[in-house]
Design a protein around this ligand. Sequence first.
Ligand code: F0G
Length: 458
Amino acid sequence: MDRWHTIIEPFRIHAVEPIRLTTEQEREQALAAAGWNLFNIHADDVLVDLLTDSGTGAMSRDQWAAIQHGDESYAGSPSWYAFLDAVQALFPFRHVIPTHQGRAAEKILFSAIGGRGRVVPNNTHFDTTRANVEFTGAEAVDLVIPEGREPATLHPFKGNMDVTALEALLAARSDDVPVVFVTITNNSGGGQPVSLENLRAVGAVCERFGKPLFLDGCRFAENAWFIKAREPGQADRSVIDIVREIGSLADGMTMSAKKDGLANIGGWLAMNDDGLAERCRNLLILTEGFPTYGGLAGRDLEAIAQGLREVVDEDYLRYRIRSTAYLGDALDAAGIPLVKPIGGHAVYLDARALLPHIPPLAYPGQALAVELYRAGGIRGCEIGTVMFGVHPDGTEEPAAMDLVRLAIPRRTYTQSHIDYVIEVATDVARRASTLHGYRIERQPAQLRHFTARFAPLA
Ligand code: F0G
């Protein structure tokens, strides 16, 4: 199996989508019109779109076929049972509540258990998770291990929760904590995995304090692959077996099927607690839909069910993790500072280290993301002070890191697309000292990175 070193995509291409190269001048015009916010760019003007790995992957032949089985019955659709079986085959929680995506699951859960005075610990909240916690008036606290905040520090499980810090928080404020979250993999911290050992330790602390442990499971299969590859004693286990153990350590989960569901839309909320499930289902009916479809069409439920069977395929996961590392290793070899080791779904460039002349409040991550687009039509995503710098009271300070995430859509781009990204990024890095910062001209109260408008600090 390991005799050949070429990374091989374990699929052939069956339908193609055209992409087109724009000129630098066209891209400069597009940027000005977009207020230098890459979320405002027309996707036709993007050549290689690494904005997100969420819902942007290619579905398989078998997923498209499953869509034809979609049954749109309002209640009790067979597509719902196919979805339920596929979810519970991996995560046997008593209650599975389908939602249109991950943040709908978060909104429902935190509406039920959040609120003023409450505090929710997580290794690192992703943007919508933090926003949904804070929207209820509760506080979102990130307790990743210290190595998880140091881009260049090597650690096999940089997504691990700081168990001592969690114990201290629970000792001080146990009554205020409705749930403990662990995000696998830790997206905001570089797509870094959490070890089984850490999950067990977090689970033991939760049990001691009588707190439920929930997973933010978006990239559970990638996390399980890292456990198999890196955690002592796990190499001979199947990924499915590891996933089941991960699930067995938790009391519930939120999930975006747009990641490791290999689907374009979908998600779920799951738990063992009957009373909490009833409250969540009532909220679901209010905004998402009846509990056997949530916010989804029957065909979406079928695509997810099939996707969940495919995502734990070990040939797929080997290709997935190695092809992400291919991009990261090449940029590393070119001397570009980045988060190491390379994460599962994305490469995270360390813009603060690459652009020391741009202070965090002039948004070095934004500067780098804009230049990658301007130079080569590559769209990445700032994960730094623009995304996380504003506190609920409106004050602003630098985020822990200023990163640019190059997220790899699943089964979508070939090695030549990635070679092009390497060429462009290497050129941009060579000219790093000529890049300039940005100021924000206009921004909303929450989740400003999606809609803010910027202006260059010439
Ligand atoms: N949790 C994590 C760790 C995520 O990465 C995301 C989405 C969500 C929750 C919310 O899920 O989008 O289905 O509502 N992350 C995407 C990204 C958007 O680009 O990383 P959703």
